[in-house]
Design a protein around this ligand. Structure first.
Ligand code: NAD
Length: 367
């Protein structure tokens, strides 16, 4: 099995090194091939998603992605900005379903900004549609300043659009995911929209309701996005699977990730129709802490576990990684983002080493 390793920018290379170390110790016979992406690829090849990187991603069985982006690229024309690499990969690989679990580990309950009783045992799944919506609409506006900025311009707009097949396939994915989580039957899907003001999302709501007829055992409710944003912090455990469009999903999944204490803990998967996927941490390239060796590598390590489970059909290996992460947390090791009084603060590499030690059965020492 070939895995494309795309570390990217900022903390990307640091957290990826730890995930690669963890995959290596499992001895699964995976072939890992690394290529530049994002700002690093722009520096090396003049494009955030060079042809050679795209070819590797297409040839690979799965892709493990770090993070891309840095404020220093903000003035580049949009097509050359690092974030375009993610959009390009999603588009070229037909990745339309973004899975972002938000799980609150018992040891980190206190790290949440919400009261422990609101988040203890939280296990929800946000499914975000990735190929439609306003992010792929027509951007319009006239950049007037010599550096490409909008100074003095009178307007700018982007169009919002969804097609029936796009909504149908993500609705099927959501109902099937709810069933799987419920052990084969049942579960609940909350479809999030803004049908009260947007035609696109009245259409979304109607199509999701139609698809629901195929899943009578799964409960469905609909919620406006503003209410969903509120309910996520008021009573997050009321949710099971949340399905929504590209933009609302972008925002709500970040909000949901903070319920768990740290964005540094959360993996994600973007899957195509045949479960080939791109796996990446939910967070960005964190330029503010890049190069300091303090980033939390667990989201990337857990993304590797998701990759083993969903695409590479190695569920036992995925279990081993997830158990090792739980053991490391139970032993009191914490990177700065999840540190609290009485726990031991460790750096990126030390955290990766501890996960490796837990997998190989070595003792994790705390001091
Ligand atoms: P971010 O997720 O990079 O950082 C937000 C905050 O969380 C920062 O304070 C950061 O230090 C912290 N953080 C993030 N990951 C962490 C980790 N593993 N361990 C400890 N702390 C962590 O979001 P941002 O600051 O809004 O964006 C920074 C850059 O990342 C931008 O260029 C943005 O476009 C890009 N970005 C990329 C992706 C991606 O590659 N998929 C996603 C989001 C943002």
């Amino acid at each position: 099995m070939l895995v494309a390793i795309l570390p990217g920018d900022g903390i990307g290379p640091e957290i990826m090194a730890e995930a690669v170390k963890v995959l290596g110790v499992l001895e699964l016979g995976l072939v890992l091939e690394t290529a530049p992406v994002g700002g690093a690829a722009y520096e090396a090849h003049g494009h955030p998603l060079p042809e050679s990187t795209l070819r590797l991603a297409q040839a690979a069985d799965a892709i493990l992605f770090g993070a891309v982006g840095d404020w220093k690229y903000d003035k580049l024309e949009r097509a050359l900005r690092p974030e375009q690499a993610i959009l390009g990969l999603r588009k070229h690989l037909g990745l339309f379903a973004n899975f972002r679990p938000a799980i609150c580990y018992a040891e980190l309950t206190h790290a949440s900004s919400l009261k422990p009783e609101l988040v203890a045992g939280l296990d929800i799944l946000i499914i975000r549609e990735l190929t439609g919506d306003i992010y792929f609409g027509q951007p319009r506006g006239r950049r007037t300043a010599p550096d490409g900025a909008f100074a003095g311009a009178e307007e700018a707009f982007d169009t919002m659009r969804y097609t029936r097949p796009e909504i149908e396939r993500i609705a099927h994915v959501a109902f099937q995911a709810a069933r799987r989580r419920a052990g084969g039957r049942g579960g609940k899907v909350t479809s999030v929209d803004k049908a009260n003001v947007l035609e696109t999302f009245q259409f979304w709501k109607d199509v999701v309701t139609e698809v629901h007829r195929d899943y009578p055992d799964v409960a469905l409710d609909h919620m406006y996005v503003d209410n969903a944003a509120m309910q996520l912090v008021r009573a997050p455990k009321r949710f099971d699977v949340v399905v929504t469009g590209n933009m609302f999903g972008d925002i709500l999944s970040d909000e949901a990730s903070m319920l768990t204490g740290s964005i540094g803990m959360l993996p994600s998967a973007s899957l195509d129709a045949r479960n080939k996927g791109l796996y990446e941490p939910s967070h960005g390239s964190a330029p503010d802490i890049a190069g300091q060796g303090v980033a939390n590598p667990l989201a990337t390590i857990l993304s590797a576990a998701m990759m083993l489970r969903y695409t590479l059909q190695q569920p036992e290996a995925a279990d081993r990684i997830e158990s090792a992460v739980r053991a490391v947390l139970a032993a009191g090791l914490r990177t700065g983002d999840i540190w609290s009084e009485g726990t031991r603060r460790v750096g990126t590499r030390e955290m990766g080493d501890a996960v490796v030690a837990a997998i190989t059965g070595k003792t994790i020492t705390t001091s």
